[in-house]
Design a protein around this ligand. Structure first.
Ligand SMILES: Cc1cc2nc3c(=O)[nH]c(=O)nc-3n(C[C@H](O)[C@H](O)[C@H](O)COP(=O)(O)OP(=O)(O)OC[C@H]3O[C@@H](n4cnc5c(N)ncnc54)[C@H](O)[C@@H]3O)c2cc1C
Length: 670
């Protein structure tokens, strides 16, 4: 049997490294890393009267050990990012000339030197050196917990929750009480760190308090009915309470479960400000859009189509003419989407037509307006349509301005990598890209650089791609590469302004979506990548794409072409979708689509296991990418028949005439 592929701690650490260990001239830490990069100008002001404790590595960028250790440090900083209102992880480069004096002042003689600094220190302090020989991630993380617990009441970091175990007297009165938040109690052995780590993991989340109790406290253990450790008990706001079961009794599983409780949301790390989350109401001020219920275990065709609409009609529109690399990128993108998009006939036909048009044009420069005319189907080719309504479902945000397009773009490219991997070599047949397992990713990379509106995002993505995209050698690796990079971005953005508090950026898929994807080695969370690949192929596979909330394209097309005002967002939303979809699960949706193929013909692609087989059932016929309706075809046949009869008649007529002429002018020799 093939060996299970996990991202071992070592692999995680090496992934976390950017280029430090490979190219010594490049700085070991950069803005994209979760560490705070300090300098002589900032270190003292950060440490003096700080509201958090600090763990700082004084390093030298030329020191070989520092270079080798940098991946561990980055991984540690990422692992404890959610603790940053209690303790922060920083670095200071003593090899930088303007830091020489500072390193001297702090008495740093060897590299790397690790120093702990207590919170609320009113005077200059050189910190406490950690001289332990074991610098493994888990050991350092546990030392950070110990260091926090060494604070007194006076210098305790104000945002850090209590880490001491709670006694029976503190816990019992809470049981059965109504409250405005959840309380989770981790019951664990005396030497376990799980409880304290989960408390710190959740410290930036509102709507929940985490406490710990010890297995040695028999009255607590008995009252809560706990028999194995660590275990977790949950007191709900409505007063009910029970043990909560996670697939594995590990820190990551407990934390993930609690972060995803309804009504539990994250505060922002930078300002500490809380964004009010929103649950099933209008999408923020000025929006009349109704909340659409959705399942997070599904992908929604409405998001994919809205993303395509935005890409083709809004993002591309910022480029007046397309030429050179931009035009080539667009051609490759349209080739890939036309071949791999598992969507409705009307959309696929539009993409195919656009592709044929782009490829057949002998021009080196194309005005965007010409592309727009085709996307808007100005030629009125029947059965070809892409809605110009934004309709976010799985990508809807809790308020306007959050999620939406970037979410749909990630989703689109995950779907495309999975489609390519599932269909292997025939996926991109006749495009010139069929032998390139990186084709989807390279096209995505070029699209992001040339067109994606967020330039900073493009810069970061380009850095990631330049670093590791060349290592992708097959279509499965391409699927995993995009998943890894997306998680890297999630890690960097967690707690920042662009995070929707109702949809916190976590490492995905969470244990509730894929329990077997998660494992732990030496106290560090690791992914079982074989299981992740299987999960990604299922999650982004055609059968898991829901047509819910999609409006029939023929209906929209008819409205658009007849000049009838377009339906507003509410029309496109939940109330009317029962006409098309009555269930929430894959099976009934599919069953219904099969049940009424005539009416459902334009949502047939979504939710079907084999869209490609289904493509044969088309309302019209495609010839050189142009669509003809049945009426067009009937007219052609009648015209053809008429021409045949006419030609035959003409033949007959001329033949008879020539015979008559021959007879009349024939003067036989006598
Ligand atoms: C290429 C790219 C680079 C970006 N860079 C930046 C940046 O530098 N700074 C910035 O502020 N914003 C950046 N963004 C936007 C940002 O990543 C989010 O898309 C945006 O904040 C919306 O977040 P979201 O909560 O909808 O989830 P998204 O991160 O957009 O994810 C969408 C959906 O994909 C699924 N998902 C999540 N993680 C994974 C994964 N690892 N693998 C597979 N599926 C997953 C989930 O179902 C999730 O709901 C970038 C977007 C793109 C497309």
């Amino acid at each position: 049997m093939a060996e299970s592929r996990t991202s071992s701690p070592a692999a995680i650490l090496s992934q976390a490294s950017l280029v430090g260990s490979v190219v010594p001239n490049v700085r070991l830490y950069s803005d994209v890393d979760p560490v705070v990069i300090l300098s002589s100008a900032t270190i003292k002001q950060n440490l003096l009267n700080s509201s958090t404790a600090w763990l700082i590595q004084f390093y030298s960028s030329w020191c070989g050990h520092c270079i080798q250790y940098s991946p561990t440090w980055k991984a540690l900083a990422g692992d404890v990012k959610d603790w940053e209102q209690a303790i922060r992880v920083g670095v200071l480069d003593c090899a930088q000339e303007n830091n020489f004096d500072t390193c001297k002042e702090f008495g740093v003689h060897f590299y790397p030197t690790f120093r702990y600094f207590k919170a609320r220190s009113p005077t200059f302090d050189v910190g406490q050196t950690n001289r332990g020989p074991d610098r493994e991630l888990q050991t350092v993380r546990q030392l950070m917990v110990n260091f926090l617990q060494n604070h007194t009441k006076q210098d305790w970091p104000p945002s850090c929750p209590p880490l001491e175990p709670s006694s029976a007297e503190k816990i019992f009165p809470l049981i059965g009480q109504k409250s405005n938040q959840y309380t989770a109690i981790i019951v664990e052995k005396d030497d376990s760190y799980v409880g304290r780590e989960v408390i710190l993991d959740l410290m930036m989340y509102q709507g929940l308090t985490v406490k710990r109790a010890l297995s040695s406290d028999k009255s607590v253990v008995e009252k809560l009915g706990i028999s194995s450790f660590p275990s977790a008990y949950l007191l709900h706001p409505n007063g009910t309470h029970a043990i909560f079961h996670v697939q594995k009794r590990l820190r990551f599983f407990f934390s993930s479960f609690l972060k995803l409780l309804p009504g539990v949301y994250r505060t922002q790390s930078t300002s500490g400000a809380t964004q009010q989350p929103f649950l099933k109401g209008p999408q923020g001020p000025g929006s009349s859009e109704a909340w659409k219920d959705f399942e997070k275990s599904k992908v929604y065709m409405a998001d994919l189509e809205s993303g395509l609409h935005y890409l083709l009609r809004v993002e591309l529109a910022t480029h007046k003419t397309l030429e050179g690399e931009e035009l080539n990128t667009l051609k490759d993108l349209v080739s890939i989407v036309a071949k791999l998009f598992p969507g409705r006939q009307s959309v696929v036909k539009l993409l195919e037509t656009l592709l044929e048009w782009l490829v057949s044009l002998p021009l080196e420069k194309i005005p965007y307006d010409a592309i727009l005319d085709l996307v808007n189907n100005k030629m009125r080719i029947s059965g070809m349509f892409l809605s110009d309504q934004l309709q976010w479902v799985g990508c809807q945000g809790s308020r306007v301005g959050l999620r939406g397009y970037p979410c749909s773009l990630w989703t689109l490219f995950h779907v495309l990598t999975v489609q390519a991997a599932r269909r292997q070599r025939d996926a991109l047949a006749n495009t010139g890209l069929e032998n390139n397992p990186k084709a989807v990713l390279q096209t995505m990379r070029r699209y992001i650089v040339n067109f994606f509106g967020c330039q900073e995002c493009g810069k970061h993505f380009e850095e990631m791609a330049a670093e590791s995209l060349p290592e992708v050698n097959d279509l499965d690796q391409a699927v995993l590469w995009l998943w890894r990079k997306h998680n890297q971005v999630n890690g960097r953005l967690a707690g920042t302004m662009s995070e929707d508090p109702h949809f916190p950026k976590t490492q995905w898929p969470s244990p509730d979506l894929c329990p077997t994807c998660h494992e732990e080695q030496d106290g560090i969370h690791v992914w079982n990548e074989d299981k992740v690949l299987v999960f990604l192929k299922q999650h982004y596979g055609t059968a898991n794409i829901s047509p819910k909330y999609l409006r029939s394209s023929s209906h929209l097309e008819a409205l658009a072409t007849k000049g009838v005002p377009k339906p507003n967002q509410e029309m496109l939303g939940a109330p009317d979708n029962s006409k098309f979809i009555q269930g929430n699960t894959v099976a009934p949706e599919n069953a219904r689509l099969h049940a009424n193929p005539a009416k459902q013909s334009d949502i047939e692609g979504a939710g079907k296991a084999d869209t490609w087989a289904h493509r044969d059932i088309r309302p019209g016929v495609s010839f050189l990418g142009l669509g003809f309706s049945s009426l067009d075809m009937s007219l052609c046949v009648v015209l053809y028949a008429f021409s045949c009869v006419f030609l035959m008649f003409m033949c007959f007529f001329f033949r008879v005439r020539s015979k008559t002429w021959k007879v009349r002018h024939n003067r036989p020799y006598v």
